[in-house]
Write a protein that binds this ligand. Structure first.
Ligand SMILES: Cc1cc2nc3c(=O)[nH]c(=O)nc-3n(C[C@H](O)[C@H](O)[C@H](O)COP(=O)(O)O)c2cc1C
Length: 279
């Protein structure tokens, strides 16, 4: 009897923490294979926006104007993903509303996310000169009013390349400093926001409170957990956290209604940006 109860409990536990990819909306479960399939885009469990529906958006770049400036820090190797579609949608929307947009595509520029020993004390204490690649990034952050971090959900935190950008670029004496009263954030006039496509975090779309009536308690639990982390990250830098646009309603890659579904997702993002950024 005890064994039976244990078995039942194990079953329940594995169901409630079922792997995100196994239930991701993007495709049916991908078959396991020890060789790379030739038609990987057709069989992957990752999202693939069909070629006919992809968009390419060119950022207008920062100038010396007094227009609000949005810096996108993007960590996603696949430009055909829904994550990139959200980035393109958001960049286009900000530009349409008269803001300036700058993009740091971290895979494209080959950003190294590892904080090595040689520059550890620069990041930790602000000692010495910033490494060249960090010195190249900091002016983008300094010029921005809004910093949008964009990455797919890979094990529930900023993915490595974006996390490394935070660790290396937001160094002491640049993003925060010691004072008699403790740490002081130096990015006071700025706000951060996150755009985040996910495999399974409760099937909602948006932020806390934006569940769609299916697994709202789980959705809010996840989004509240991210909020704790985002609030603290922003606070450390003296900035404001404007929240997240998380999506757990990815159209199935082969959906017959793909055009309608991707347009609905884009519209939801635009609506959220209007509200959060007062566009
Ligand atoms: C290494 C890895 C880890 C992942 N871990 C999670 C996870 O913890 N939670 C989740 O919701 N999805 C997880 N996923 C699934 C992705 O979030 C999902 O595939 C989503 O569609 C990613 O967005 P994209 O397809 O637009 O890149 C993971 C995917 C990868 C590649």
């Amino acid at each position: 009897m005890r064994n039976l109860t244990l078995l039942l409990l194990c079953g329940l536990f594995s169901a409630s923490v079922s792997a995100a990819d196994a239930v991701s909306g993007a495709t049916a479960k991908a078959p396991a294979s020890s060789v790379m399939p030739e038609n990987v885009d057709a069989v992957t469990s990752a999202s693939v926006v069909p070629a006919a529906h992809r968009q390419t958006v060119k950022p207008n770049g920062f100038t010396k104007s007094d227009k609000k400036k949005v810096l996108f820090v993007v960590g996603d190797p696949r430009h055909e993903s829904v994550e990139w579609d959200l980035v393109n949608t958001a960049m286009a929307h900000f530009m349409k509303k008269g803001l300036e947009v700058e993009l740091r595509d971290l895979y494209e520029i080959g950003f190294s996310p590892v904080l090595p020993r040689e520059s550890f004390f620069h990041a930790k204490d602000g000692f010495g000169k910033a490494p060249e690649d960090v010195a190249r990034e900091q002016p983008y952050v300094a010029a921005a009013d809004y910093i949008v971090f964009a990455y797919p959900n890979w094990h529930d935190s900023p993915n490595a390349i974006v996390k490394g950008y935070m660790e290396r670029v937001f160094s002491k004496q640049f993003a925060y400093r010691d004072t008699e009263k403790g740490l002081e954030g130096l990015l006071k006039d700025k706000a951060i926001y996150t755009i985040f496509n996910a495999g399974w975090i409760g099937q909602g779309r948006g932020d806390v409170g934006d569940g769609i009536g299916k697994s709202d308690a789980i959705w809010d639990r996840y989004l509240n957990a991210y909020k704790v982390v985002d609030d603290d990250t922003a606070d450390f830098w003296g900035a404001k956290n404007l929240g997240r646009f998380a999506n757990d309603q990815t159209p199935a890659n082969l959906s017959k209604n793909y055009d309608k579904e991707i347009e609905a997702l884009r519209a939801d993002l635009r609506k959220k940006l209007d509200k959060v950024f007062g566009l």
